[in-house]
Design a protein around this ligand. Sequence first.
Ligand code: MN
Ligand code: MN
Length: 259
Amino acid sequence: MNPITVLGICYDQKSSFLQGPASAPALIRKSLHSGASNYYAENGVSFENDAIKDIGDFTVEEYFHIEKIVLDQLEKGQRLLTLGGDHSITFPILKAYAQHYTDIQILHIDAHADLYHDFEGDPYSHACPFARIMESKLATRLVQVGIRTLNPHQQEQSKKYGVETIEMKDFDMQILQTLTKPIYLSLDLDGIDPAFAPGVSHHEPGGFSTRQVIDIIQSIPIPIIGADIVEYNPTRDVQGITAALAAKLLKEIAGKMLG
Ligand code: MN
Ligand code: MN
């Protein structure tokens, strides 16, 4: 199993409602290294493991530059764990991944399907990345969980692209056992209930508990080729609770990738 590179993408220009996620990576790291916790995932893998390399943050001015940043790392044979940034970054990340992997399955945790054809005229809005990924055929399967804002347009889009959109009200852990190919995990922190994750732009009550998301990560039955944690908005956080949550999930995902 090749090692993991952690990087931050400081970009929130595709956020439709509030800015803020561009400053997320540094604050997630600050929480990770704060001394309030240790570096161990629950499976015993340490974040300080030699197999994990943190290459710091990238400030991005031009949206498609993200693809190049990711491509440079994939060419070194690394698997990536990316800290966003808003959710728009996942499309250029997958554009790079599709040049290195075939038959990618995506597990997407979110309150929102992010399948808009365009949002307020922008096809690259953070409300659209999975429409772009599916129409560009960058993944062969997209499984979305935690969704609780489906409208008729996004329902239509889900059908059009053959997306498995599993609404929060219908969630069942069994879906994870159907994942058969190496997966890319895209984790929008607003998939988690705002009671656990207040530091997001779009509060949508009725979501996953922290424990449920950790259980999902730990129950993934196949290798993870890459992951992102997106949409942390520090301007909305309370006492750094959401930064600590993102740091915890960073450890759990890294632990799972290396465990
Ligand atoms: Mn999202
Ligand atoms: Mn969302």
